[in-house]
Design a protein around this ligand. Structure first.
Ligand code: CTP
Ligand code: MG
Length: 226
Protein backbone atom coordinates (compact mmCIF):
# COMPACT_ATOMS: atom_id res chain seq x y z
CA UNK A 1 0.00 0.00 0.00
CA UNK A 2 1.29 3.44 -0.97
CA UNK A 3 2.32 5.99 1.62
CA UNK A 4 4.28 9.22 2.05
CA UNK A 5 6.79 9.86 4.83
CA UNK A 6 7.70 13.01 6.74
CA UNK A 7 11.28 12.91 8.00
CA UNK A 8 12.02 15.56 10.65
CA UNK A 9 15.69 16.46 10.15
CA UNK A 10 15.69 20.02 11.47
CA UNK A 11 17.24 19.46 14.88
CA UNK A 12 20.61 20.69 16.02
CA UNK A 13 21.88 17.53 17.74
CA UNK A 14 22.75 19.23 21.05
CA UNK A 15 23.02 15.98 23.02
CA UNK A 16 25.31 14.47 20.38
CA UNK A 17 27.60 17.44 20.92
CA UNK A 18 29.11 17.36 17.43
CA UNK A 19 28.67 21.10 16.94
CA UNK A 20 26.48 20.52 13.88
CA UNK A 21 23.35 18.64 12.90
CA UNK A 22 24.07 15.04 13.94
CA UNK A 23 22.43 13.76 10.74
CA UNK A 24 25.56 14.80 8.83
CA UNK A 25 27.82 12.58 10.98
CA UNK A 26 29.17 9.65 9.01
CA UNK A 27 28.54 6.08 10.13
CA UNK A 28 30.56 3.53 8.15
CA UNK A 29 31.52 6.35 5.79
CA UNK A 30 27.99 7.57 5.02
CA UNK A 31 25.99 10.41 6.64
CA UNK A 32 23.28 9.23 9.05
CA UNK A 33 20.54 10.90 6.98
CA UNK A 34 21.50 8.86 3.90
CA UNK A 35 21.21 5.62 5.84
CA UNK A 36 17.70 6.67 6.82
CA UNK A 37 16.72 7.87 3.35
CA UNK A 38 18.03 4.70 1.67
CA UNK A 39 15.26 2.66 3.29
CA UNK A 40 12.49 4.87 1.92
CA UNK A 41 14.19 5.57 -1.41
CA UNK A 42 14.26 1.86 -2.18
CA UNK A 43 10.66 1.22 -1.08
CA UNK A 44 8.40 1.37 -4.16
CA UNK A 45 5.36 1.96 -1.95
CA UNK A 46 6.91 5.17 -0.60
CA UNK A 47 5.65 7.78 -3.04
CA UNK A 48 7.07 10.92 -1.44
CA UNK A 49 9.68 11.80 1.19
CA UNK A 50 9.09 15.13 2.91
CA UNK A 51 12.32 16.23 4.53
CA UNK A 52 12.03 18.99 7.16
CA UNK A 53 15.34 20.85 7.47
CA UNK A 54 16.71 24.05 8.99
CA UNK A 55 17.21 26.76 6.35
CA UNK A 56 20.93 26.86 7.27
CA UNK A 57 21.31 23.14 6.57
CA UNK A 58 19.36 23.06 3.31
CA UNK A 59 22.31 23.40 0.96
CA UNK A 60 24.34 20.81 2.79
CA UNK A 61 21.44 18.34 2.60
CA UNK A 62 21.10 19.05 -1.10
CA UNK A 63 24.84 18.52 -1.64
CA UNK A 64 24.95 15.14 0.05
CA UNK A 65 21.73 14.10 -1.70
CA UNK A 66 23.05 14.87 -5.16
CA UNK A 67 22.78 11.68 -7.21
CA UNK A 68 20.91 9.83 -4.46
CA UNK A 69 18.32 7.37 -5.83
CA UNK A 70 15.61 8.90 -3.62
CA UNK A 71 16.21 12.39 -4.95
CA UNK A 72 13.27 12.38 -7.35
CA UNK A 73 10.74 11.85 -4.60
CA UNK A 74 12.18 14.17 -1.93
CA UNK A 75 10.39 17.46 -1.13
CA UNK A 76 12.09 19.93 1.20
CA UNK A 77 10.19 21.93 3.82
CA UNK A 78 11.57 24.08 6.61
CA UNK A 79 11.56 22.75 10.12
CA UNK A 80 10.23 24.61 13.14
CA UNK A 81 11.47 25.40 16.62
CA UNK A 82 10.32 22.07 18.08
CA UNK A 83 10.19 18.69 16.38
CA UNK A 84 6.37 18.84 16.44
CA UNK A 85 6.46 22.09 14.44
CA UNK A 86 8.79 20.49 11.90
CA UNK A 87 6.38 17.61 11.46
CA UNK A 88 3.44 20.02 11.12
CA UNK A 89 5.25 21.90 8.37
CA UNK A 90 5.80 18.59 6.63
CA UNK A 91 2.15 17.72 7.01
CA UNK A 92 1.19 20.74 4.90
CA UNK A 93 3.09 19.18 2.00
CA UNK A 94 1.56 15.72 2.46
CA UNK A 95 -1.20 14.05 0.45
CA UNK A 96 -2.62 10.56 -0.06
CA UNK A 97 -4.19 8.15 2.38
CA UNK A 98 -1.35 7.07 4.68
CA UNK A 99 1.37 9.27 6.17
CA UNK A 100 4.37 8.07 8.16
CA UNK A 101 6.56 10.17 10.43
CA UNK A 102 10.08 8.85 10.91
CA UNK A 103 13.02 10.54 12.66
CA UNK A 104 15.99 11.26 10.44
CA UNK A 105 18.12 10.13 13.39
CA UNK A 106 16.74 6.55 13.35
CA UNK A 107 18.57 4.94 10.43
CA UNK A 108 18.05 1.21 11.11
CA UNK A 109 14.33 0.82 10.49
CA UNK A 110 13.45 -2.38 8.67
CA UNK A 111 11.22 -2.65 5.63
CA UNK A 112 8.95 -5.27 7.17
CA UNK A 113 8.15 -2.97 10.11
CA UNK A 114 7.21 -0.19 7.71
CA UNK A 115 4.80 -2.38 5.76
CA UNK A 116 3.15 -3.67 8.95
CA UNK A 117 2.73 -0.08 10.19
CA UNK A 118 1.20 1.06 6.91
CA UNK A 119 -1.28 -1.83 6.93
CA UNK A 120 -2.25 -1.22 10.56
CA UNK A 121 -2.70 2.53 9.99
CA UNK A 122 -4.95 1.71 7.05
CA UNK A 123 -7.01 -0.71 9.18
CA UNK A 124 -7.00 1.13 12.52
CA UNK A 125 -6.12 4.78 11.86
CA UNK A 126 -2.84 4.99 13.78
CA UNK A 127 0.03 2.59 14.45
CA UNK A 128 3.44 3.08 16.06
CA UNK A 129 6.65 1.08 16.22
CA UNK A 130 7.71 -0.02 19.71
CA UNK A 131 9.62 -2.62 21.70
CA UNK A 132 8.72 -4.07 25.11
CA UNK A 133 10.54 -2.38 28.00
CA UNK A 134 13.24 -4.79 29.19
CA UNK A 135 14.78 -2.87 32.10
CA UNK A 136 13.35 -2.73 35.58
CA UNK A 137 11.53 0.57 35.88
CA UNK A 138 11.18 2.50 39.13
CA UNK A 139 9.52 5.77 39.98
CA UNK A 140 11.60 8.03 42.21
CA UNK A 141 11.17 11.26 44.12
CA UNK A 142 14.50 13.06 43.71
CA UNK A 143 16.90 10.15 44.28
CA UNK A 144 14.68 8.03 46.47
CA UNK A 145 12.71 5.16 45.02
CA UNK A 146 8.97 5.49 45.46
CA UNK A 147 7.91 2.29 43.72
CA UNK A 148 8.80 -0.36 41.17
CA UNK A 149 6.54 -0.02 38.17
CA UNK A 150 5.01 -3.18 36.74
CA UNK A 151 6.76 -3.68 33.39
CA UNK A 152 3.89 -5.66 31.94
CA UNK A 153 2.27 -3.56 29.25
CA UNK A 154 5.06 -0.96 29.09
CA UNK A 155 6.53 -0.21 25.67
CA UNK A 156 9.43 1.89 24.53
CA UNK A 157 8.13 3.95 21.63
CA UNK A 158 10.02 4.52 18.41
CA UNK A 159 9.31 5.85 14.97
CA UNK A 160 7.97 5.27 12.33
CA UNK A 161 4.51 6.26 13.43
CA UNK A 162 1.85 5.78 10.76
CA UNK A 163 -1.54 7.43 10.38
CA UNK A 164 -4.44 7.96 8.08
CA UNK A 165 -3.63 11.46 6.92
CA UNK A 166 -6.84 13.21 8.10
CA UNK A 167 -6.31 11.79 11.61
CA UNK A 168 -2.80 13.23 11.91
CA UNK A 169 -3.94 16.60 10.54
CA UNK A 170 -6.81 16.72 13.04
CA UNK A 171 -4.48 15.73 15.90
CA UNK A 172 -1.99 18.47 15.02
CA UNK A 173 -4.72 21.10 14.64
CA UNK A 174 -6.14 20.23 18.05
CA UNK A 175 -2.63 20.36 19.56
CA UNK A 176 -2.21 23.87 18.16
CA UNK A 177 -5.60 24.96 19.53
CA UNK A 178 -4.77 23.54 22.96
CA UNK A 179 -1.14 24.68 22.89
CA UNK A 180 -0.09 21.08 23.53
CA UNK A 181 3.44 19.90 22.80
CA UNK A 182 3.85 16.13 22.68
CA UNK A 183 7.01 14.08 22.41
CA UNK A 184 5.59 12.05 19.53
CA UNK A 185 2.74 12.19 17.02
CA UNK A 186 0.78 9.39 18.67
CA UNK A 187 0.39 11.44 21.86
CA UNK A 188 -1.49 14.06 19.82
CA UNK A 189 -3.79 11.40 18.39
CA UNK A 190 -4.34 9.99 21.89
CA UNK A 191 -5.44 13.50 23.00
CA UNK A 192 -8.11 13.43 20.29
CA UNK A 193 -9.31 10.16 21.82
CA UNK A 194 -8.58 7.92 18.85
CA UNK A 195 -6.96 4.48 19.10
CA UNK A 196 -3.25 3.97 18.47
CA UNK A 197 -2.00 0.44 17.75
CA UNK A 198 1.46 -0.88 18.60
CA UNK A 199 3.53 -2.78 16.07
CA UNK A 200 6.41 -4.64 17.69
CA UNK A 201 9.64 -3.44 16.14
CA UNK A 202 13.33 -4.26 16.73
CA UNK A 203 15.62 -3.24 19.59
CA UNK A 204 18.21 -2.17 17.04
CA UNK A 205 15.88 0.51 15.60
CA UNK A 206 17.77 2.97 17.79
CA UNK A 207 17.73 6.76 17.64
CA UNK A 208 21.20 8.29 17.50
CA UNK A 209 21.01 10.73 20.38
CA UNK A 210 24.25 10.78 22.42
CA UNK A 211 27.85 10.05 21.32
CA UNK A 212 27.94 6.39 22.44
CA UNK A 213 25.02 5.67 20.09
CA UNK A 214 27.53 6.04 17.23
CA UNK A 215 29.40 2.97 18.50
CA UNK A 216 26.16 1.01 18.59
CA UNK A 217 25.40 2.23 15.07
CA UNK A 218 28.73 0.96 13.72
CA UNK A 219 28.13 -2.39 15.42
CA UNK A 220 24.59 -2.73 14.02
CA UNK A 221 25.79 -2.04 10.49
CA UNK A 222 28.74 -4.43 10.85
CA UNK A 223 26.35 -7.18 11.97
CA UNK A 224 23.94 -6.53 9.10
CA UNK A 225 26.71 -6.81 6.52
CA UNK A 226 27.41 -10.41 7.61
N1 CTP B 1 13.98 17.58 14.75
C1 CTP B 1 13.33 18.45 13.87
N2 CTP B 1 13.00 19.73 14.28
C2 CTP B 1 13.31 20.15 15.52
C3 CTP B 1 13.95 19.28 16.42
C4 CTP B 1 14.27 17.99 16.01
O1 CTP B 1 13.05 18.09 12.73
N3 CTP B 1 13.00 21.39 15.87
C5 CTP B 1 14.33 16.23 14.29
C6 CTP B 1 15.80 15.86 14.45
O2 CTP B 1 16.55 16.33 13.33
C7 CTP B 1 15.77 14.35 14.57
C8 CTP B 1 14.38 14.06 15.15
O3 CTP B 1 13.64 15.28 15.05
O4 CTP B 1 15.88 13.69 13.31
C9 CTP B 1 14.46 13.57 16.59
O5 CTP B 1 14.94 14.61 17.43
P1 CTP B 1 16.23 14.52 18.36
O6 CTP B 1 16.75 13.13 18.39
O7 CTP B 1 15.88 15.20 19.63
O8 CTP B 1 17.30 15.36 17.51
P2 CTP B 1 17.87 16.81 17.84
O9 CTP B 1 16.75 17.69 18.27
O10 CTP B 1 18.68 17.22 16.65
O11 CTP B 1 18.86 16.51 19.05
P3 CTP B 1 18.92 17.28 20.48
O12 CTP B 1 17.54 17.18 21.09
O13 CTP B 1 19.97 16.52 21.24
O14 CTP B 1 19.33 18.71 20.19
MG1 MG C 1 15.63 17.25 20.09
Amino acid sequence: MDYQVIIPAAGSGKRMGAGRNKLFIEVTGKPVILHTLDVFASDLYCKKIILAVQPNDENHFKDILAGHPGNGKIDFVYGGHERQHSVYNGLKAASGEIILVHDGARPFIRQHTISRLVQSAHDNGAAIAAVPVKDTIKRADQNQVVETVDRLGLWQIQTPQAFRLPILIRAHEQAIEQDYLGTDEASLVEKVGLPVMIIESDYDNIKLTTPEDLYFAEAILAKRKN
